[in-house]
Design a protein. Structure first.
Length: 309
């Protein structure tokens, strides 16, 4: 299933890269936002500054519907102009988006990119799910991004978060006119933003020690899906609220943090955002609204500085 979806996805991407001869067609820089709950976003829309309380003109987003493992692939979404509500609780049936009262990094990320490159057209593809791991052994009841993770029975047998990711990418990239202006658009992969790792830090030391290798494999797969093996990647370093009688929420968090740093050190097209240590929390697991705004800005600035050649 993974191989066939990849082939369809790449054919769709080739078609989009061919573009349109129309003078009115646009070229969009496409950024993938992925991970677990701190990518979902637990910021409250009521806390947004005035310039982010409305739609962000010129920025399109495809936010794929979140789905658990062991169910038929989903990936449903709808290209629309970016606005608040793409945090936890967002859902889409592919025909209509249902917005929540939450937000994640997407708003300040896009706004900062617009400031860095005022002439660029920006498109986001967001696919994330709270609690998900990379390691098979850390999947728990939330889900796993390992393509080889198998769970379930019947039509959902073997379906995992990577399958849902491919389905979402396929749907997003098969849409040739993302801004609905009647002209085919050209989508150019521009970067990956990854905020995940807490679940892999919650189980055993062995699982945490595997994080660097697992992260490298997944980032390589995502780059291949976007047909760009040197695509810039920015990793958000996990942090810990300390809101636990034992002192740490993520028992092996320091090992995963070191693994994230090691991955970035070895990858010339990767950067690590470390500002997460400074954020407040809305609960023991998730940053507060101010934290998500700052994280989005830092993701954009770090991505902008990643060497392109």
């Amino acid at each position: 299933m993974i191989r066939s979806l990849c082939q369809v996805l790449l054919l769709a991407l080739f078609s989009l890269l061919a573009g349109s001869d129309s003078a009115f067609a646009k070229t969009y820089q496409v950024y993938f936002l992925g991970g677990q709950s701190n990518m979902d976003g637990y910021g409250y829309a009521k806390d947004l500054p005035d310039d982010l309380k409305q739609s962000v003109p010129g920025v399109m987003i495809f936010h794929a519907n979140s789905a658990p493992d062991a169910v038929p692939v989903d990936g449903r979404g709808l290209w629309s102009e970016l606005k608040p509500g793409h945090g936890v609780g967002f859902k889409s049936d592919g025909k209509e988006n249902t917005y929540s009262n939450r937000f994640g990094v997407e708003l300040s990320f896009a706004k900062t990119l617009q400031q860095l490159a005022p002439e660029a057209n920006i498109a986001l593809i967001k696919i994330s799910r709270g609690g998900t791991s990379i390691a098979v052994e850390a999947a728990g009841n939330f889900g796993c991004w390992d393509p080889d993770f198998e769970k379930g029975t019947g039509k959902g047998q073997g379906i995992n978060q990577y399958d849902h990711f491919l389905a979402g990418m396929k749907r997003a990239l098969q849409t040739t006119d993302i801004d609905q202006d009647g002209e085919a658009d050209t989508l150019i992969p521009a970067g990956i933003v990854w905020m995940q790792g807490e679940s892999d830090a919650a189980y055993t030391e062995e699982i945490a020690k595997d994080y660097e290798a697992n992260l490298k494999r997944l980032m390589d797969l995502i780059r291949a899906t976007l047909y760009a093996d040197d695509l810039p990647v920015v990793i958000g370093r996990i942090s810990d609220s300390g809101d636990n009688p034992e002192g740490k929420v993520w028992k092996h968090g320091e090992i995963v943090r070191a693994a994230q740093a090691a991955f970035v050190e070895k990858d010339k097209r990767a950067a690590l955002v470390t500002s997460t240590d400074e954020y407040g929390y809305s609960d023991r697991w998730h940053y507060n609204s101010e934290g998500y705004l700052d994280l989005g800005r830092n993701f954009a600035q770090a991505l902008w500085k990643v060497p392109r050649n």
